[in-house]
Write a protein that binds this ligand. Structure first.
Ligand code: TMP
Length: 210
């Protein structure tokens, strides 16, 4: 395994259980003998983590949507060139908790920024890198939102449930548009059941690894 690198991203609205599942997927891939690089967005480099702090701090309530979009893209460009590209070049599996589909779902879907503009910004922020597979964890928005905000809300979660419903709808649109890359996975039930569904949604990639 690991003859070439693969780039897998996990997506979903806040509270869908993504972070737990990224860790489980990492463990499953390590058990198969892969070198796995697990990352999160925004973040993953010292610079990108500082940008994350700005983006999520509830004290930055005055941030305008265009500033928000550009900060997410700035964080992403640094992560892509500094970490993702070198990892893929040496044949690692890169597992990223969110990538540019989050920008589509949150900044176009949630905030209502122009879709074409967001797609262009995503091309820049990703430096043209496209995930091999994107797994969207789908959960009832009310359940997910309650879970996400149980310990307090960050600046994005403070936008409320209707925002999260628009985010979910945008993810479902993406999956319909790009069925080969973007797969929706039911995130309800026990975490091991969800993990098995995620692995199954990448079965064709595992076959490529052999
Ligand atoms: P996290 O809580 O899953 O780490 O994600 C941070 C928050 O940032 C989450 O509310 C989703 C949001 N986000 C965007 O709005 N746009 C983006 O491009 C990314 C990567 C995250």
């Amino acid at each position: 395994m690991g003859a070439r690198g693969f780039f897998i991203t996990l997506e979903g609205a806040d509270g869908c259980g993504k972070s737990t599942q990224v860790a489980l997927l990492e463990a499953a891939l390590v058990a198969r003998g892969c070198e796995v690089v697990r990352l999160r967005e925004p973040g993953g480099t010292p610079l990108s983590e500082r940008v994350r702090g700005l983006l999520l701090d509830p004290a930055n309530a005055e941030m305008v949507p265009e500033c928000e979009l550009l900060l997410y893209e700035a964080s992403r460009a640094q992560l892509t060139r500094q970490v993702i590209e070198p990892a893929l070049a040496r044949g690692a599996v890169v597992l990223c908790d969110r990538y540019y589909d989050s920008t589509y779902a949150y900044q176009a879907g949630g905030r209502g920024l122009d879709e074409a503009l967001v797609r262009r910004a995503n091309e820049l922020g990703s430096c043209g890198r496209v995930p091999d597979r994107t797994l969207v964890l789908d959960l009832d928005p009310a359940t997910a939102f309650a879970r996400a905000t149980a310990g307090g809300a960050d600046r994005m979660e403070a936008e409320g449930l209707a925002f999260q419903e628009r985010v979910r709808a945008a993810y479902l649109r993406l999956a319909a548009e790009e069925p080969e890359r973007v797969r929706v996975v039911d995130a309800s039930g026990e975490k091991d059941e969800v993990a098995a569904r995620l692995l199954a949604a990448c079965a064709d990639l595992w076959d490529l690894w052999g």
